[in-house]
Design a protein around this ligand. Structure first.
Ligand code: NAP
Length: 323
C-alpha cells in the first residue's frame, strides 16, 4: 500500500486507514465485549495489516469504549505491533447519560474532559500513547485556550504525539490555530460520492445559496491531512440503496459497477479511488468489519481514475452536470 505523509509530521501512513467504529459488538452500553467479538476484531485488524494498512482510527465513544477495548486484543496476537502502527482516537462527544448531569448528547472541549478522555482511551487500548488525538465534533462552547492547555499537557507527558480535529470548518480551524502551540495535522470529514458538499462548494460558489468556507482548500494550504469518514456512505455507493432512496445513489452505484467491471476491480475500489484521485491526498477511512470488504476497499490503491472518469462519477453523485 502506498503511503502519505500525515499533515506536517514525519509519519508515513497508509493512504487508506482502517476505521474501528464497527468493532466491539453491541452499541448497548451494558453488554460487555465477548471473546467472539474480540476474535472478530482481531480478524479484521489482521486483514487490514495484511493489506498494508498501518493507521487505525478510533473514538472514545465508539460502542461506549468497546471498540477500543476489542482492538487491544491484537497486541497479544501480533508481537511488537505497537511500534509499527499508528493509533488515532477522538474525544469531545458526550453521550446522553454518560455522566451525571449530561441528560442530552453534547460536546465538551474542556481541559478536564479532553485529558480524562485520553486516559480512558489509553486504558482501553492498552497502550501508553496515542499517535493522534482528534477533537470529534466542533463544540460551540469551545475555549481555545483550554484546548491548547490540554494538548500541551498531553504532549509533554508523552501521552499524545500529534493533534487534529474532525468535522471542523476552515473558520473553526483558524480559531484553534491562533491559540494552539501544537500543529493540527488532520481534519476528518464526511466525504463520499453521496456526500459531496465540500467538493461542490467551490464549484457552485456564487450560483447557489451555499455557505462554503473553503475547508478543503484551507486544509491543503496548511498541510492538514483530510481524512474521509463514511467513504461508502454505509454501503450506499455500492448498493445504490440510500435512505431515503435517491436517483443519485442508483446512478453512482451503476456507474461504479460499470467502471469496476471494465477495470477488473471491486466496486469498493472505484469508490475509494475517487477520493484518492483528489490532489489533496485524501485518506479514506474504510469502516467495514468484513475481511473480504476490507480487501476489496484496499484494491483502490492500485486504481488510477482518469479525469473523465472522476468527473463522470462526480456528476452522477451531484445529480447535475457541471455549471
Ligand atoms: N469523525 C466522525 O464524525 C466519524 C463518523 C463516523 C465514522 N467515523 C470513522 O470513519 C470510519 C468509516 O466510517 P463508516 O463506517 O461510516 O464508513 P463506510 O465504509 O462508508 O461504511 C461502513 C459501513 O457500511 C457497511 N458496508 C460497507 N460496504 C458495504 C456493502 N458493499 N454493502 C452493504 N453495506 C456495506 C459496513 O457493514 P459491514 O461491517 O457489515 O461490512 C459498515 O457498517 C468509522 O469506522 C470511524 O472510524 C468518523
Amino acid at each position: 500500500m502506498k503511503t502519505i505523509q500525515l499533515g506536517s509530521t514525519s509519519l508515513e501512513v497508509s493512504r487508506i486507514a482502517y476505521g474501528c467504529m464497527g468493532l466491539g459488538g453491541s452499541w448497548e452500553r451494558t453488554v460487555p465485549v465477548s471473546e467472539e467479538t474480540k476474535r472478530e476484531a482481531v480478524q479484521a485488524i489482521r486483514t487490514a495489516l495484511d493489506q498494508g494498512i498501518n493507521f487505525f482510527d478510533h473514538a472514545d465513544i465508539y460502542r461506549w469504549g468497546k471498540s477500543e477495548e476489542a482492538f487491544a486484543a491484537i497486541w497479544s496476537e501480533v508481537p511488537k505491533l505497537r511500534e509499527k502502527i499508528m493509533v488515532q482516537s477522538k474525544c469531545g462527544i458526550v453521550m446522553p447519560g454518560a455522566r451525571p448531569g449530561s441528560t442530552v448528547g453534547q460536546f465538551d472541549f474542556s481541559y478536564e474532559y479532553i485529558t480524562r478522555s485520553v486516559e480512558g482511551s489509553l486504558k482501553r487500548l492498552q497502550t501508553n500513547y496515542l499517535d493522534v488525538l482528534l477533537l470529534h465534533r466542533p463544540d460551540p462552547l469551545v475555549e481555545p485556550e483550554e484546548v491548547a492547555r490540554a494538548f500541551d499537557v498531553l504532549h509533554a507527558s508523552g501521552k499524545v504525539r500529534y493533534f487534529g480535529v474532525s468535522n471542523h470548518t476552515a473558520g473553526q480551524l483558524r480559531l484553534l490555530k491562533k491559540h494552539l502551540q501544537q500543529p493540527l495535522v488532520a481534519n476528518q470529514l464526511e466525504l463520499s460520492l453521496l456526500h459531496l458538499h465540500l467538493f461542490d462548494e467551490g464549484v457552485v460558489f456564487n450560483q447557489e445559496a451555499m455557505h462554503g468556507e473553503g475547508t478543503l482548500e484551507y486544509c491543503r494550504q496548511h498541510q492538514i491531512t483530510i481524512q474521509a469518514w463514511g467513504p461508502l456512505k454505509s454501503g450506499a455507493v455500492i448498493t445504490g440503496e440510500e435512505d431515503p432512496p435517491s436517483p443519485a445513489a442508483q446512478n453512482v452505484a451503476h456507474l461504479i459497477a460499470e467502471l469496476a467491471q471494465a477495470k477488473g476491480v471491486s466496486a469498493e475500489a472505484i469508490a475509494l479511488a475517487w477520493l484518492l484521485r483528489h490532489p489533496a491526498k485524501i485518506q479514506p477511512i474504510t469502516g467495514t468489519t468484513k475481511p473480504e470488504r476490507i480487501r476489496a476497499a484496499c484494491e483502490a490503491d492500485q486504481v488510477e481514475l482518469t479525469r473523465d472518469e472522476w468527473y463522470r462519477l462526480f456528476i452522477a453523485g451531484r445529480g447535475n452536470r457541471m455549471p
